[in-house]
Design a protein around this ligand. Structure first.
Ligand SMILES: Cc1cc2nc3c(=O)[nH]c(=O)nc-3n(C[C@H](O)[C@H](O)[C@H](O)COP(=O)(O)OP(=O)(O)OC[C@H]3O[C@@H](n4cnc5c(N)ncnc54)[C@H](O)[C@@H]3O)c2cc1C
Length: 386
């Protein structure tokens, strides 16, 4: 037997950064809002590097996603100011730019193509010779063959961002249920809340599924509505730059080494984040010797001096991947159930625009223009015969 202890206007399943920003913005609109999550403020953001890399993360075939990424990047300065003013939290938001470099002729050809795509897309990025790259970042390896300077790709500390979102939610009166949602409750063809693992029924006018890489696993969600989201594992290292080496790097430095992405993200507090592997291994979050070895080997080729730095943390997290690498936002075919999931490798970047879009759709029933291409219904439609 379940017991109802609480009813809200909006119930959010999952308190990662996406669930939290949705809850905060919904509460600001006057909705009585609750979040169900055994560990709100945990999730992938505890691992993520926090690059806000709309331009350097551009890939062929992802121009629609680029529009949303840029819309979110544009909102970041005001979003960060609002959150800091409200909570007093320093978010580690750093407008430092990014340098993407090439280590060999193949990398350079690949980077030239990316540069052409960026220019076709009207994005700002500047080609630099190897010497110019090293002038900007003297710790780079002597073999660097050229690179792209992108002054508009910044960074934030996702752990600090999460802590600030938790504080903002608490101030806005969001209620936290620290327990798993076990089952979506559907009443007369409409999502009506969830039953939790301790047997409590939480009722709500609208339910938002924001459970990250677990979003496709909630029982009670009809099969044709379950989001096609899968976990993509990423291992990350954290090193510390001692005072005597500072400034070690002044901006994010990244490269593709033997086909794998490697990046170094320097924080103002001396932390240096090195990431990330990309592995399709289900929900496994083991840190492996091979993962750590590959990251250190590739990062060392890029910036040889990193082997001098203390290694302070190794960790793995799960990106919520979707079939087109873009998020699923807004109403589903099940009335009362909305999605905010599938943010894959750009969830930190997409936090501001997701919060705004979800609050808008919760209030009006319609996605704002910039979020319309990301309706979950796009996957259902693509499966219909032509
Ligand atoms: C290694 C790595 C590096 C990354 N680097 C970047 C980067 O540089 N820039 C960037 O923009 N993005 C980056 N990302 C991506 C970003 O971290 C994610 O897209 C984002 O954090 C996803 O947030 P989320 O809230 O959707 O999901 P999650 O963080 O997975 O949170 C989901 C939450 O839902 C809860 N939950 C799940 N199921 C249930 C249930 N049944 N009941 C209750 N609660 C439930 C979980 O406990 C969890 O707290 C990176 C990710 C990784 C792993």
């Amino acid at each position: 037997m379940s017991r109802t202890t609480d009813t809200s206007d909006v119930l959010i399943i999952g308190g990662g950064i996406i669930g939290l920003v949705t809850a905060w913005r919904a509460a600001q609109r006057g909705f009585a809002t609750a979040v169900v999550d055994p560990d709100p403020g945990g999730g992938a953001a505890q691992v993520a590097a926090g690059m806000l890399a709309a331009v350097t993360e551009l890939h062929y075939g992802e121009q629609t996603l680029l529009g949303l990424n840029l819309a979110s990047a544009r909102r970041y300065p005001d979003f960060a100011t609002e959150l800091t003013d409200l909570t007093g939290h320093d978010l580690g938001y750093r407008r430092c730019g990014t340098l993407a470099v090439a280590l060999d002729a193949d990398d350079r050809a690949h980077l030239r193509e990316l540069h052409a795509l960026q220019r076709e897309s009207g994005l700002e990025s500047e080609w630099l010779s190897g010497r110019e790259c090293r002038k900007l970042e003297p710790m780079l390896a002597p073999g660097v063959r050229g690179g792209l300077r992108v002054d508009g790709d910044h960074q934030i500390d996702p752990r600090r961002l999460t802590a600030a979102l938790m504080a903002a939610c608490e101030r806005a009166g969001v209620v936290f249920h620290r327990v798993w949602a076990e089952h979506l409750d559907v009443v007369r063809g409409r999502a009506a809340g969830v039953t939790t693992t301790d047997g409590t029924a939480l009722a709500a006018g609208q339910v938002v599924l924001a459970a990250g890489s677990l979003s496709g696993r909630l029982s009670g969600v009809p099969d044709d509505v379950l989001p096609p989201v899968r976990p993509v594992k990423g291992q990350v290292l954290r090193l510390t730059v001692p005072e005597r080496y500072a400034p070690f790097l002044s901006r994010t430095v990244r490269a593709v080494v033997r086909g794998s992405q490697v990046y170094l993200v320097p924080r103002e507090n001396g932390e240096l984040v090195v990431g990330a592997t990309s592995e399709e291994l289900g929900w496994d979050t083991t840190v492996t010797a091979g993962g750590v070895y590959e990251l250190l080997r590739d990062a060392h080729e890029l910036v040889p001096g990193i082997t001098e730095l203390p290694l302070t943390e190794t960790r793995a997290g799960l990106r919520p991947g979707s079939p087109d690498n873009a998020p699923l936002l807004g109403p589903t075919e099940l009335p009362g159930l909305l999605l905010a999931t599938g943010h894959f490798r750009n969830g930190v970047l997409l936090t501001p625009v997701t919060g705004d879009a979800m609050a808008h759709v919760l209030a009006t029933g319609e996605l704002p223009d910039e979020a319309r291409p990301f309706t979950p219904k796009r996957f259902a439609l693509s499966e219909q015969p032509a």
